[in-house]
Design a protein around this ligand. Structure first.
Ligand SMILES: *Cc1c(COP(=O)(O)O)cnc(C)c1O
Length: 368
């Protein structure tokens, strides 16, 4: 009997540790490290990943939403947690669980000040986000003076950090744009120092920022994808090791005659006798319909098998005509070979989308 006769996402905590240590080694020793564990820790389950990273000594966690921060607290996490995109309806819960909001607009600031007043908070840590070119979330540079003055007048809040986010830190064609973002951030920090008389904790780099712009590491960096083993094609990213391996097994093998069709809508028609394997993995598990019909491949006994026909909800089929394999054999969908980045590229997407999309139905198995 094969050891794991079902679809699993195998998660290598040793690789997670090695990635953390590698990323740390590229930074000044005093630079703090914020581990980004939003989106179920990029599919790896934050309630398992964060306690391990906490033991390794990360300084901060970041999540996207309040509910994700609450899950971490309920898993016993004591480290400070930044909520990158809090919604004002959850501010009371955010305070209940000692989560720290990102404040990125007047609307969010007003909403949080109301909560702070009602809860009689004092010196509650908040993180001020500035837009330096991504045009997604953040105050504009021109509002810096006004925002900092408003905060310093208000005893209920204290500025835990000032930060911004890079738009194209992985893109060698956008170096001058990225430098303009770093320059804008430096000007914002200078305004803060003028008004408040001290330098706040500053951070701007995501993983690709760490790898490509170490001079912009400031006081802290925020890494997500790098921890999970992907470096967005940067040269230094080659030192990272994929943490998750999506594995499955062959459920059934069929022999198609020339002219036989396979899967829904008969999208695949055999041009010659073809041996196919059906795998227990489909779009409900996170392998969407953008794969299939030749896009995407898996590895069986060291050989590649292309995904043929349309991906179904719970299954997909691969061509194994050229592979010596049997029902019950192990199949690697992505991991070290192919990597999630390579698998995703076959359908024109990126590692982030693929790994965050693996649904909770897929069992997570942790190894060291
Ligand atoms: C998601 C996110 C990150 C992490 O980015 P990676 O490319 O995964 O390292 C950092 N900062 C912000 C604001 C984010 O939203």
């Amino acid at each position: 009997m094969p050891e794991v006769a079902e679809t699993v996402l195998e998660i290598d905590l040793g690789a997670l540790r090695a990635n953390y240590e590698y990323l740390r080694s590229t930074l000044r020793p005093e630079t703090r490290f914020m581990a980004v564990v939003k989106a179920f820790a990029y599919g790896h389950d934050a309630t398992k990943i964060a306690p391990y990273l906490e033991q390794l000594g990360v300084d901060y966690f970041a999540v996207a939403y309040t509910s994700e921060g609450i899950e971490l607290r309920e898993a016993g996490i004591k480290t400070p947690i930044l909520v990158l995109h809090p919604q004002s309806v959850h501010f009371n819960r955010l305070v209940d669980y000692s989560l720290e909001p990102c404040i990125y607009s007047d609307y969010v600031m007003t909403g949080f000040l109301e909560t702070a007043k009602a809860r009689k908070l004092s010196d509650y840590p908040v993180h001020l986000k500035f837009n330096t070119g991504l045009n997604r979330l953040g105050f504009d540079e021109g509002d810096a003076e006004k925002v900092f003055a408003a905060i310093s007048r208000n005893p209920s809040l204290k500025v835990a950090s000032v930060f911004s986010h890079l738009a194209a830190s992985e893109d060698p064609d956008e170096v001058s744009f990225t430098r303009s973002q770093i320059d804008a951030f430096l000007r914002i920090a200078a305004v803060f120092e003028d008004i408040e008389g001290y330098r706040p904790l500053l951070h701007q780099c995501n993983t690709s920022g760490i790898l490509c712009y170490p001079e912009a590491q400031f006081d802290m960096v925020r890494s997500g994808i790098g921890l999970y083993g992907y470096g967005n094609d940067s040269e230094k990213g080659k030192h990272l090791c994929p943490v998750g391996t999506l594995k499955t097994v062959i459920s059934q093998i069929h022999l198609l005659k020339k002219g036989d069709s396979l899967s829904y809508n008969r999208a695949f028609v055999a041009e010659k006798p073809t041996r196919t394997a059906t795998l227990p993995l489909g779009h409900a598990d996170g392998i969407g319909r953008q794969y299939g019909n030749g896009r995407g491949y898996v590895r069986i006994n060291g050989k590649y098998a292309p995904i043929i026909g349309n991906v179904c909800m719970d299954m997909l089929m691969v061509d194994i005509t050229h592979i010596d394999c049997r029902e019950g054999d192990e199949v690697v969908v992505y991991g070290k070979n192919p990597t999630a980045a390579e698998f995703a590229a076959t359908a024109g997407t990126i590692s982030y989308e693929l790994i965050t999309g693996i649904s909770r139905r897929v069992k997570r198995v942790y190894i060291r």
